[in-house]
Design a binder for this molecule. Structure first.
Ligand code: HEM
Length: 124
């Protein structure tokens, strides 16, 4: 998430001139062991079992859809769509990550797998 100053702006005791671009390093905030614990780098959806507030020390550090007045307007739709799609797939298939998968996250607004996520489907 990028933000540009349009006038002199004081932030954290520093005054920035107009035109300065701030980049929020969401990927690193979401993997900060100080917030998420020592296993911050591990894929563990179970950490959200009791909601975001119990998953980390500071719920405001979970910002996949941004935060505040410019929060993603598609958030609820996107989460519903993802759940519906996964439900439809799981009714028909089991799947596992293909050995061809190469872990290469990169940022294009949100975090993307640079070479896609090849999976192996097995019809149930
Ligand atoms: C997993 C899916 C999605 C993710 C992770 C996501 C993430 C984000 C993020 C991080 C922002 C804020 C960008 C910023 O503040 O600089 C944003 C804004 C926005 N998103 Fe999404 N988004 C998703 C899906 C969608 C969908 C499905 C829609 C529309 C149907 C949508 C519409 C928008 C719009 C219109 C904004 C701009 C809101 C504003 O600036 O007031 N997004 N999204």
């Amino acid at each position: 998430m990028n933000r540009r100053t349009h006038r002199h702006t004081k932030l954290g005791g520093v005054t920035y001139p107009p035109g300065v671009m701030f980049v929020t390093p969401v990927m690193f905030i979401h993997r900060d062991p100080a917030v998420w614990g020592d296993d911050a780098g591990e894929f563990n959806p179970g950490r959200f079992a009791d909601g975001v507030s119990k998953a980390c020390k500071d719920p405001s550090a979970f910002v996949p859809f941004s935060w505040g007045s410019r929060v993603c307007i598609g958030q609820n739709f996107a989460l519903l769509e993802a759940k519906a799609a996964i439900c439809m797939i799981l009714q028909r298939f089991a799947f596992e990550l293909s050995p061809a998968y190469v872990h290469a996250p990169y940022t294009v607004l949100t975090l993307h797998p640079q070479h896609g996520v090849p999976v192996r489907l097995r019809r149930l």
